[in-house]
Design a protein around this ligand. Structure first.
Ligand code: UDP
Length: 364
């Protein structure tokens, strides 16, 4: 039986929810021989370890321990370290997920070495090249051989950029594979009791995009807006390490808001499922609220995930605090939405990805 050596590369939080279901699926298919490389791009090892254990992801075969740095330094460090790994252990395919620096770095190194690349979550575009993730998406997709799209816009964007149709596969959303696999376990999380929150009577907030948190005046405006909103209902805010440093540097008063460290996946999923409203700038959270039918306001001017607005519960509310506050009041006055899941967001995307890879690799 022909086997396929698949080197999977992950580096930061949003990657873990995407690789988990693919590795699980591979463990039931002996033709696939996965090899997991963690670049260490995420600078909080505790957070990374907790997520790995929550999601049942095996310990990485290699941990590169690349730390923080500027966008370019970090990408270069990851590339240098990955080149050695890829040369030492030849692979048939390098599989990358999402849009972090590790995703792009792995694609560049694989392309230079002539190794085929599979990109999971291909084709998403915000149209905003000021976002580091947009650059990572464009480069990764330009170099990939197998492009797995999570929603129809991904396929359309790739076709418009000239990617041959036979390389594009609309397979659905692996983040949602994870959500559906862990939903029942998340329902048992005691996080609401621990934080003394009542289901559907709190607002969940996540903020970590540089465009929202790196500019002190902007972050001050958002924190003040959250203070206003906390007079209507409790606000729980698991704070990303990046945002935590910015808040501490600027010395903002966050009393009145329920700040927590970044949460494990199961606790976070429970908090999202039972929220009355979510305010976020996260990509993954826009998708998760869509499946959970929880109203979501995205504090950005664009989204690379338009299906969450067209078919889901997401609304883009821009970056002006007053407009965000008004949109939050509107959402709180409206009934809870109830919408069917987008097509192929059914928990089976990872299986479809491996079906395609098996077929394609057998042919080549
Ligand atoms: N998440 C988590 N704990 C938290 C915040 C987020 O487990 O405290 C999960 C959540 O499922 C989210 C995912 O991490 O969808 C992606 O994280 P993030 O928002 O950092 O990245 P993005 O999706 O914006 O790239």
């Amino acid at each position: 039986m022909e086997t396929f050596r698949i080197t999977c590369v992950v580096g930061a939080r949003p990657n873990f929810m995407k690789i988990g279901p693919i590795l699980r699926e591979m463990s039931g298919r002996p033709r696939f021989q996965p090899w997991l490389v963690h670049t260490g791009q995420h600078y909080s090892p505790e957070m990374s370890d907790a997520l790995f254990s929550d999601l049942g992801i095996p310990k990485p075969d290699v941990h590169l321990g690349v730390g923080p740095g500027t966008q370019t330094q970090q990408t270069a460090d990851i590339m240098r370290a990955l080149e050695t790994v890829f040369l030492e252990r030849p692979a048939d395919v390098v599989l990358v997920v999402g849009d972090v620096n590790s995703t792009m770095a792995a694609s560049l190194v694989a392309a230079k070495l002539g190794i085929r690349i599979a990109h999971v979550e291909a084709g998403l575009r915000s149209g905003d090249r000021r976002m580091p993730e947009e650059i990572n998406r464009l480069v990764t997709d330009a170099l990939s051989d197998y492009l797995f799209a999570s929603e129809p816009s991904g396929r359309r964007n790739l076709l418009a950029e000239g990617v041959p149709a036979e390389r594009i596969f609309l397979v659905g959303n692996v983040m949602i594979d994870t959500l559906l696999a862990f939903r029942r376990r998340a329902a048992e999380s005691g996080v609401l009791d621990r934080l003394q929150l009542v289901p559907k009577r709190y607002c969940l907030v996540t903020l970590h995009r540089p465009s929202n948190v790196d500019e002190p005046d902007r972050l001050r405006g958002l924190v003040n807006m959250l203070h206003q909103l906390s007079k209507k209902l409790p606000i729980v805010f698991p704070v990303h390490p990046r945002t935590r440093s910015r808040i501490e540097e600027a010395g903002f008063d966050t009393g009145g808001l329920l700040l927590t460290p970044p949460l494990g996946y199961l606790d976070f999923l429970r908090l999202t499922s039972d929220a009355r409203l979510v305010l976020t700038d996260s990509g993954g959270v826009q998708e998760e609220t869509t499946i959970l039918s929880v109203p979501c306001l995205t504090l950005r001017e664009n989204t690379e995930r338009p299906i969450t607005m067209e078919e889901g519960t997401n609304r883009l509310v821009g970056i002006e605090p007053e407009a965000i506050f008004q949109a939050a009041l509107e959402a709180l006055n409206a009934p809870m939405p109830n919408r069917p899941a987008p097509a192929l967001w059914d928990g089976k995307a990872s299986g479809r990805i491996l079906d395609v890879l098996e077929r394609q690799l057998s042919l080549s």
